[in-house]
Design a protein around this ligand. Structure first.
Ligand code: HEM
Length: 407
């Protein structure tokens, strides 16, 4: 993190600390009753229990025991050597952890190799849209998801939030890597490690006074409902926006993109009875789970600032207004206002006119001369943002936390 954003972070951190001390928790989250039918899921059946009260009964007790025993540094050293989907687990891991990981690394019986293979080719064709949407759409939207913002803010990784936000959005991108679920790929490894990190966070965060004061009554973080909220902010949102923008996606590609996310939900520990079987089912679940929870929080605003700070690093801040305007265009004014995006009265209408033209040109629908110059400037800025933010060359190094954010 550069000096400027670190300073900003410290200032915002101080303000948040003061708010925490005053007990600035929002009222317990009011959620609509759970009515989404398990018959809409990949399991096609299930008890229909509200996922708000379901966590991860396989991973949670194992990680709690591992954390209670200590020695996480040595375990993380072992985990760092496990990088390929087809690799045997490191022999030095504790037996209970190994047993869990050996089960958790199995793909579901319904995983379809052909669909996964097809999904891996979508990024090559639509990478600029997908990258921009994960980074500036989903990444920024996560700052309007109170439970996610707070969990991230008060956990160990909250001390370097730029890294944290980048990692969630980058996971979205890695899911689309050409060899994601192939033997030489690394998505199984990433998903199993992430599942273990989430289980560790469930054990650790309830011990954080700052988190407990702001959790809105939730006593254990990262429920299945919470994971699905984030899932929709990534998968469902990206597919919806691409369709809205007129990006041409064949029915087979749309199905393949859904499938890779279905498999990833399963690998992250989501029960099959909650994994949507179709885009219609996903849209319905998203309306029920994601739409009602979006809200502004001090933690979310601090995260937004960090995320846009990454953009400022691109060219001493010149691109930031352009990216803010594009993000507002992508997320809409309601979310834009929630997370404190600046208003850009000149750029906003320009982007609203230029972006659809750029997409239409890229999709082969209109000839080149119809594109205003601002569109190319925007495209170049997005390209650089996607490169820097998603840092394509660097694999996500995931370690199990053993403490919360140091206050
Ligand atoms: C850690 C992805 C849902 C909170 C991580 C990591 C990844 C990730 C890749 C590891 C990064 C690292 O090592 O720093 C995802 C994905 C999700 C999801 C793909 C859903 C599809 C959630 C939700 C919450 C959450 C719903 C909270 C409500 C956290 C926290 C950490 C974490 C607190 C640990 C940060 C630390 O190291 O202290 N997640 N996540 N995640 N995630 Fe998630």
């Amino acid at each position: 993190m550069d000096g400027l954003s670190r300073r900003k972070m410290l200032m915002t951190g101080g303000a948040l600390g003061a708010l925490g001390a005053l007990g600035a928790a929002t009222p317990a989250d009011a959620r609509p009753p759970w009515t989404w039918a398990p018959s809409s899921s990949v399991a096609n059946s299930g008890a229909g229990a509200d996922p708000q009260w379901v966590w991860d009964e396989e991973a949670d007790p194992v990680l709690a025991a591992v954390l209670d025993r200590g020695g996480i540094a040595a375990i993380n050293e072992q985990l760092a050597t496990w990088t390929r989907n087809d690799q045997a687990l490191p022999t030095g891991l504790p037996a209970d952890l190994r047993e869990f990981m050996n089960t958790a690394r199995q793909l579901p019986s319904w995983a379809d190799r052909d669909k996964l293979d097809r999904a891996s080719r979508i990024n090559a064709k639509k990478g600029i849209y997908i990258g921009a949407l994960y980074g500036l759409g989903s990444g920024l939207m996560s700052t309007a998801i109170p439970r996610e913002s707070r969990a991230v803010y008060y956990s160990k990784g909250g001390a370097d939030m730029k890294d944290r936000i980048a990692k969630t959005a980058k996971l979205g991108y890695d899911i689309g890597a050409t060899d994601a679920y192939l033997p030489q790929g690394s998505m199984i490894v990433t998903a199993v490690k992430t599942r273990m990190v989430h289980a560790a966070v469930r054990h650790l965060l309830p011990q954080s006074p700052a988190w407990t004061q702001t959790s809105g009554g939730q006593t254990t973080p990262i429920s299945q409902a919470d994971i699905l909220v984030t899932w929709h902010s990534l998968a469902t949102f990206v597919m919806r926006k691409m369709k809205e923008w007129g990006v041409r996606i064949s029915a087979d590609d749309a199905a393949a993109y859904l499938h890779v996310w279905q498999v990833s939900a399963h690998m992250l520990g989501v029960r099959d009875e909650y994994v949507p079987a179709s885009w219609d089912a996903a849209d319905a679940q998203s309306r029920q789970l994601l739409d009602p929870v979006l809200a502004s929080t001090p933690e979310g605003k601090a995260l937004t600032d960090v995320l846009l700070g990454i953009v400022a690093q691109l060219d001493a801040g010149l691109t930031r207004p352009l990216i803010s305007a594009f993000s507002r265009y992508t997320l809409g004014d309601r979310i834009g206002d929630m997370i404190g995006l600046s208003r850009e009265p000149i750029l906003e209408p320009l982007i609203a006119t230029a972006w659809p033209l750029l997409v239409a040109f890229r999709e082969g629908l209109i000839p080149l001369p119809a594109i205003p110059a601002i569109a190319w400037t925007l495209e170049e800025a997005l390209r650089r943002f996607v490169l820097v933010f998603l840092n394509e060359a660097r694999p996500i190094a995931i370690t199990i936390p053993d403490t919360n954010r140091p206050s």
